[in-house]
Design a protein. Sequence first.
Length: 136
Amino acid sequence: MATRRQSRECALQMLYAFDNCSMDEQAIFQCFDEILPVEIPYRTFAVELYRGVCSHREEIDSLIEKYADNWEIERMTVVDRNIMRLAGYEILYTPKTPINVIIDEAVEISKVYSNRDSSRFVNGVLDKIQRERKNI
């Protein structure tokens, strides 16, 4: 399971770079592609997450804003919004992964990469987004 966490952290780094650099989605991927050898076990899932978030970003962002009371997506910290984007993508589009695992991972990652209050904020928003998961 450690590799799934590494995948999420790697995808978070790509999304963070995408949010902060004046480069398109593919250019960010190419930068990471050069430093992530194909044989790294967590690479495939990291790329899937990154591309999935990029493909569904508008939908995920609208849900984050809907459930983050009085918060616009642009006002959130870059780390928090991208952690929620990752988890939002997983909640909506990876039905085989249990929701509690997705949310727990997002909360734990926020404890490492963001400030001390972020984990509660991330947890609260994702708890509401989970209602949007389609029954597949």
